[in-house]
Design a protein around this ligand. Structure first.
Ligand SMILES: *Cc1c(COP(=O)(O)O)cnc(C)c1O
Length: 385
């Protein structure tokens, strides 16, 4: 059941035990797996400071696990600043990366001790004139990535050709330019775009430094590191090879940071839902679960993900549909499945459900969001929840 006293919360017996104790639906988060994900990405990107982006699962236990593993944080909203503060993570271990901020978002982050912010346009740079000397900037550059599942360079980032002009504006306002950042898009198919962006940003860093526009000592290579949703993603070490090659060309004085989100938490959680009713329609068994597209499976809409689902029962396979609990017709998790015949009360498990699932869930129709259950909080834990 366990390795070094740690429980495997993704084992059927443990899943049943946790549902018996905490009810359904659940999102079971394994902090041991969070720490492992952190370590494998750290090994794939040696010398890169990993700032966990809270957005995919802004849970204090995940934040704690990342910090325990030696990590940093990437915050984007006042709510995320409050989570970091509640866990006791000092602002010096955090950066604030939302390219568009309200005055109070900047103030709240500064009050918590965060000093590095992101901007991608002249109006945003001007917001920092009032904080010159306290705040410094990473300028976010856009590298379009039509291949990524979620392109994040259309909504944010300046063209590489505009980046130096933006750095000059900051310097003219006495706002320190620390460097450049980018985000090639989430669940990126390969690292070619990362590598290309690193080369362009390396040239920008050198040019900005020549013009004495600021310290220009930081390159932030964003997130986007993919996980395996069923079609096998390349192992992370192999995936990162082009990034390691590109980073090797940088001058030693450049501090490199990354903002992984999905990679850290995606594989670290499963969703557990219960069959609350069933019906036969047009030759299919329809199973209605207490979690669905308006809940933890919201990532199937917003994040274009497909979570591998499984049941804990054997038997002849029948054409089946898994549906969510709400009265809305689009609330269907998966069709054309082959499943053993399920009973009311059976459990259905979705894997790879840590990122962009619970975080984007709603309580539409008053079906509550899944309860988060955290296990293996500390290294060496014996299953304390
Ligand atoms: C969402 C986001 C991330 C995390 O991206 P992943 O693809 O989940 O790794 C990192 N940085 C910023 C600025 C983001 O908006």
């Amino acid at each position: 059941m366990s390795r070094r006293g740690r429980i495997d919360p993704f084992e059927p017996a443990q899943i049943r035990r946790l549902v018996a104790e905490f009810g359904s639906p659940l999102l079971i988060v394994d902090c041991a797996r969070v720490r492992e994900q952190y370590r494998s990405l750290a090994r794939a990107l040696p010398g890169v400071d990993l700032h966990y982006a809270l957005k995919p699962l802004p849970h204090p236990a995940v934040v704690r696990a990342v910090i325990d593993a030696g990590g940093w944080l990437d915050l984007a909203t006042t709510g995320e600043v409050l989570v970091a503060a509640a866990v006791g993570v000092p602002g010096a271990r955090c950066i604030h990366t939302h390219p568009i901020k309200r005055a109070r978002d900047i103030r709240n982050a500064l009050e918590h001790g965060v000093t590095i912010f992101v901007a991608d346009n002249p109006d945003e740079v001007r917001k920092f004139r009032a904080h010159a000397g306290r705040a410094s900037l990473l300028l976010r550059v856009s590298f379009r990535s039509p291949g990524a599942v979620c392109d994040l360079s259309r909504k944010f980032g300046c063209d590489p050709e505009q980046a130096l002009a933006l750095a000059r504006l900051a310097a003219s306002l006495d706002v320190e330019v620390r460097g450049f950042s980018f985000h090639v898009g989430s669940q990126a198919v390969d690292a070619a775009k990362h590598a290309e962006a690193i080369e362009v940003c390396a040239a920008l860093l050198a040019a900005a430094r020549r013009e004495r526009l600021g310290a220009c000592d930081t390159l932030d290579i964003g997130g986007g590191f993919p996980i395996d949703y069923g079609e096998r993603a390349a192992g992370i070490h192999r995936y990162c090879a082009p990034i390691r090659r590109a980073l090797a060309q940088l001058p030693k004085r450049v501090r490199v940071i990354a903002e992984p989100g999905r990679y850290i938490v995606g594989p670290a959680a499963i969703g557990v839902a219960t069959v609350m009713g069933r019906a036969q329609r047009e030759g299919h068994w329809w199973y209605y679960l207490d979690d669905g597209l308006y809940g933890s499976y919201s990532g199937q809409l917003y994040d274009h993900a497909r979570y591998p689902v499984s049941v804990m029962r054997d038997g002849p396979l029948l054409p089946s549909v898994l549906a969510g609990p709400t009265c809305d017709g689009i609330d269907v998790i998966a069709e054309a499945l082959q499943l053993p015949k399920l009973n009311i009360g059976d459990l259905v498990v979705g894997r790879q459900m840590g990122a962009y699932t619970w975080a984007t869930a709603s309580t539409f129709n008053f079906f509550p969001k899944a309860t988060i259950v955290v296990v293996n909080r500390q290294p060496g834990d014996t299953g304390g929840v």
